[in-house]
Design a protein around this ligand. Sequence first.
Ligand code: NAD
Length: 409
Amino acid sequence: MTAYAATVRYFNEAADLMGLSQNMRTLLLTPQREVKCQVAVQKDDGQIATYIGYRVQHDRARGPMKGGLRFDPAVDADEVLALATLMTWKTAVVNIPYGGAKGGIAVDVKTLSPSELERVTRGFVDAIHDVIGPDKDIPAPDMGTNAQVMAWIMSQYQKYHGFNPACVTGKPVELHGADGREEATGRGVATVSLALLKKENRPPEQTTAAVQGFGNVGTYTAEFLHEAGVKIRGVSDAYGAVWNDEGLDIPALLTHSRETGGVKGFVGGDALDGGALLTSDVDLLIPAAIGGVLTAENAGHVRAKYVVEAANNPTRPEADEIFHRNGVQVVPDILANAGGVTVSYFEWVQNRQHFKWDKSRVRNELDKIMNASFDAVWERATTKKVPLRTAAYLVGIGRVGRATVLAGI
Ligand code: NAD
């Protein structure tokens, strides 16, 4: 099943419960615009390299479209469409005034020098600048892109359209970025994890966890959960995994990972097979790396009682069914990792008002939105007697559907 087919399946499960007509389903699922473009650049050695870029603008019923930009060799039209669709429901679940979009370039950033990466980024903006903008579609970071890439996007966009920092979010704090944006997704993941534990009357100090992925989202998730007292027993990245029954020293692991480029070789734990981390002996499992890692093959062996989806699309629908049967609670991506887009919204608001918030305000506002969104989804799951994922889709689709009907076509 493709990534897009999986998101449509989740959509239809909720749409069936809502009694949504076929016409309305088609209207809500059909993307507004799909762009596929050539990005040709000169490499440092003088050779020409050609990459394919994508931007899918899925829905704009609730406001300008919003979504990250992924630079990864696995990027293709299906994945970008799936992620754009998720963004529509995600912005609605946290009730921020945006629609959904996503973009990407099929490129391995590890093969690019910094100046080549800059030329690829600027080339992509040359191709799509007319269809993005602060009131149309606002890109942000995702896998393989970072604040520096966002700064180049802003700079290139402004060459065509004049000063306009709100055209992209996730920018460096020194260049119209928001304090607290970098940590926001991980902080949001930790906030909903703790909210779930509270509902389950489980003290964080008596909870163990494993985190797959130690990049932007995984590191901050681990840090905030560790601070709250959760014992993080295992952490993995693309190059290895480490395990400590008594809980890893997360600040020391962060230092090790920054110094060596990965978690491998950390002296405060034992080496573990990355795949084994997903089925390890923990209460809380947090996939924070790539999509499709929880499958029909491994879901039945997952020992965690709770899965909080920090990554986008980490659970295949067949695995989701197994979790449901086995009583594993899954906090879905469209709620769990919405902290990033929420603080991107705060950055956009600050850019438009030319007014800077301090970090404590950003954190307070983020915590409020994540907790309120979790409560709304939890309440819907309880009253409708459905899993949290279906409840989140019910909330998201309901809001997008109402906005669509109210505005008319
Ligand atoms: P990142 O590139 O900063 O980090 C990815 C991490 O995953 C790295 O540590 C990498 O080594 C690891 N990884 C890759 N393949 C792996 C594998 N097979 N096993 C274990 N680890 C592996 O990316 P990120 O920004 O942290 O994003 C991670 C996920 O979170 C993605 O699915 C992304 O779409 C999602 N997400 C990110 C944000 C954001 O604000 N950055 C917001 C919402 C969702």
